[in-house]
Design a protein around this ligand. Structure first.
Ligand SMILES: [Zn+2]
Length: 371
């Protein structure tokens, strides 16, 4: 599928990032009303609920919350929406990781209410996007729902991110670094982006390509320093830069250009034994190496990428992902690689070609580890 001549660009209404912003939520959300209904990650539920209830009370508002429970399913979204409606909610807030945020987006979309997104880690580019990934009760992936509207506000408290596990930040870098190479693949094949899909197939803007490039450059420049700051649980400018790259730049970059081989391989790896033991961005990091091999990227580009991955601890081999290099696993990866993403590469990649690409990329990763 090729894009039309028309371009499209989408983004959240507002983006706020800085230390302690959780203490100013009521100020940020005042324009949407006073009655908040929040879904909160269970890890934060008991701490945040009384604090935020007090904050909204002091600002003449009300704050009602439920913990995220079990899984993002259509039934659970419908049940929470019913409860929020009964409480007279004027806006829906999600505080937590990807699944909590996706639930909040689903509830807000059901009730046609504003949605406030408060991520508690910088591990993926989900916070700014206009979609939810829906699962079945048994945690199997079901489908994605694309919404017409992006989140109204994304509010990132960098102190919360500084206290989150370092592995989340590093995984977010893996997810974010894929954005540039996938954007270039989409440009080379003139594939449509993800914005306004309900109305047609549109081209990426120059702004989107520039964001993807800035995302990569920022992580390359500040990734190591940001990881070190995260280990010490302190907010530095380097950490702020990488939080912005992982969350805002990666989010705007991928939606406004689209995914390609790196995510296709990342999705395929989930089907292998142990494939779900690693984080999304960790699998995508190895997927990016596969994409570079598929596209015959210059050696210096591959070297720069692999060297950075090794410095911050991102996977560059199947072994790093706890996946054995066997013919069966190569077959599973190729059989389950996401086709809507793989067909965005500049040339057709068959099942056997993809198996060969993954095998070759794994060899490249091992070569740099051993040299
Ligand atoms: Zn991703």
């Amino acid at each position: 599928m090729t894009a039309s001549r028309t371009m499209s660009f989408g983004s959240p209404g507002r983006y706020i990032q800085g230390p302690g912003e959780i203490n100013r939520l009521a100020k940020h959300t005042a324009k949407y009303g006073t009655k908040v209904f929040a879904i909160i990650d269970p890890f934060f539920f008991n701490d945040f609920t009384p604090l935020l209830a007090k904050q909204y009370e002091e600002n003449n508002g009300s704050f009602i919350s439920v913990p995220f429970d079990h899984e993002v399913t259509e039934d659970r979204i419908a049940a929470i929406a019913q409860k929020a409606s009964k409480e007279g909610a004027e806006m829906i807030m999600g505080i937590g990781g990807g699944k909590t945020l996706d639930s909040a987006k689903g509830v807000a979309n059901t009730l046609k209410l504003p949605v406030i997104i408060v991520p508690t880690s910088a591990s993926t580019d989900a916070p700014t996007s206009a979609l939810s990934v829906i699962y079945k009760e048994n945690h199997e992936h079901s489908h994605a729902i694309n919404y017409v509207k992006s989140p109204d506000i994304v509010i990132v408290d960098s102190e919360i991110i500084a206290n989150a596990p370092v592995r989340f930040l590093v995984s977010g870098m893996g997810d974010a670094m894929a954005t540039l190479f996938e954007a270039k693949a989409n440009a080379a094949s003139n594939s449509p982006n993800y914005i306004c899909q309900e109305a047609g197939s549109f081209r990426r803007t120059k702004v989107a390509m520039t964001i993807a490039q800035l995302c990569y450059d920022t992580i390359l420049e500040y990734g190591v320093a940001a990881k070190l700051a995260n280990e010490q649980h302190v907010v530095t400018e380097a950490l702020e830069s990488v939080i912005e790259a992982n969350t805002l730049m990666s989010g705007l970059g991928f939606e406004n250009t689209a995914c390609a081989c790196a995510h296709a391989v990342g999705d395929g790896i989930t089907a292998t034994p142990n494939g779900t033991k690693t984080l999304h961005g960790e699998k995508v990091a190895f997927g990016t190496l596969c994409e570079l091999v598929a596209e015959n990227a210059p050696t210096d580009v591959i070297e720069e990428y692999v060297t950075f991955c090794m410095k911050v601890g991102l996977p560059t081999t199947l072994q790093d992902l706890q996946v054995e290099l066997t013919d069966e696993n190569l077959q599973l990866i190729a059989d389950n690689a996401s086709m809507p993403e793989l067909i965005r590469e500049p040339y057709e990649i068959t099942n056997q070609m993809l198996q060969d690409i993954v095998k070759a990329a794994d060899a490249v990763g091992r070569y740099y580890k051993n040299s």
